[in-house]
Write a protein that binds this ligand. Sequence first.
Ligand SMILES: O=C(O)CCC(=O)C(=O)O
Ligand SMILES: [Fe+2]
Length: 210
Amino acid sequence: MALLDIDKLNAAPLRREPYDYLVVENFVKPEVFGEVSRDFPSMDVPGSVPPSELDIHGRFAEMLAEMDGPAFRQAVEAKFGIDLGGKPTMFTVRGRCRATDGKIHTDSKSKIITVLLYMNDDWDADGGRLRILNSDDLNDVAAEVPPNGGTLLIFRRSDTSYHGHEPFEGKRRAIQMNWVTSGGVVAWEQFRHRLSAMSKKRKAAAVERM
Ligand SMILES: O=C(O)CCC(=O)C(=O)O
Ligand SMILES: [Fe+2]
């Protein structure tokens, strides 16, 4: 059975202002969300981690495979009027938010489309709600997306695709998927993540020795 509600994505309006984006609540079908959430990989590090560094299994693995499959790609292509054939995908997973996360940015130029899929239960906190911004000002808000379980946000990266959120510290689960310009980008990003993970482990070991 499909875990993702592609029909709901097809029916969602594409917003054009301040840049191209759309939001779909309950994109992960509510009847399977609990199982997907149960299989979310356990993560002890903050920051975004590539799936290759995690124990990806069960329903969560099935869901990533669906996101990486042709039905989802074709729906995004139709919605955004874009050809993603031959463009590699890149995934990262986040389990925790640091107080320093959420600063305004547009995403790097190598990203063509950014997909965010949130995996929290209902979100009560004031912080951590992603804002689609009209400018590089966190109060110049076009839309706010609470990272509730199953909510999908997709936007077309551009020099003005400003987004960010008020600080939040603690458990905040999200999957980011990008279609990127080339395979070299994916290799470079994975290398960068590995370096960063190594340096975090070294720091943790140094603290233990103290
Ligand atoms: O977690 C989010 O809501 C957004 C994260 C983000 O913008 C990023 O990692 O580039
Ligand atoms: Fe971003």
